[in-house]
Design a protein. Structure first.
Length: 197
């Protein structure tokens, strides 16, 4: 028997953390992981790609995310899924398709090929996409207690491209994606996500 991989995607400020916290409270047996991160090597890569003091080229960025993902799959996801566990993952391959493929302009097919290698072809059973207007998401970021990371400092057109890429991904795979209106109240979003799962 195999487990379930459920991913949560969306622009920064869409409410992914809030939704994941609510889902984890509703399903205490689910294991929550984040991307990039979740295991030591991947957390170290997260520190690199998040650091606003570093200049990271688009291709290097895509490769770093793929490397972090490969380690997470090998060290945490594959063993948990083999034990028939349910894993709730904050971001996965779709983030790279949207951010590096769309936002950075590297193309979704190139990023898809890279990540198919990194993950061994692992695909989530369900993906919850929190759809939000990029300007609304960015406005929500201003209230965060921590400093903005490297990606959060990108200009508005970058996030518009990421949003378009997410919409295209959801339209191409309607059986896997559940699109949720992230501008609704958090409890409404949680209820819709629970119903979809």
């Amino acid at each position: 028997m195999t487990g379930r991989l459920i991913t949560v995607e969306g622009l920064d400020g869409a409410g992914k953390t809030t939704l994941i916290d609510g889902l984890a409270r509703a399903h205490e047996d689910w294991h929550v992981l984040r991307e990039p991160g979740g295991v030591e090597l991947s957390e170290r890569i997260r520190a690199l790609v998040s650091d606003p003091a570093l200049r990271v080229g688009a291709r290097a960025e895509a490769l770093l995310y793929a490397a972090a993902r490969a380690q997470l799959v090998e060290e945490a996801l594959t063993p948990r899924l083999a034990r028939a566990e349910t894993v709730l993952l904050d971001r996965f391959v779709d983030s790279s398709l949207a951010y590096q493929g769309g936002g950075r302009g590297l193309g979704t097919e190139a990023i898809r090929t890279l990540n198919a290698f990194a993950t061994g072809g692992l695909v989530p059973e369900r993906t919850l996409l929190l759809r939000i207007d990029p300007a609304v998401g960015r406005a929500r970021l201003t209230g965060r207690p921590r400093a903005a990371d490297r990606l959060e400092l990108e200009p508005d057109p970058f996030f518009s491209e990421v949003a378009r890429a997410y919409d295209a991904l959801a339209a191409a795979e309607p059986a896997r994606y559940v699109v949720l209106d992230a501008e609704q109240a958090p409890e409404t979003v949680l209820a819709a996500a629970l119903a979809a799962l």
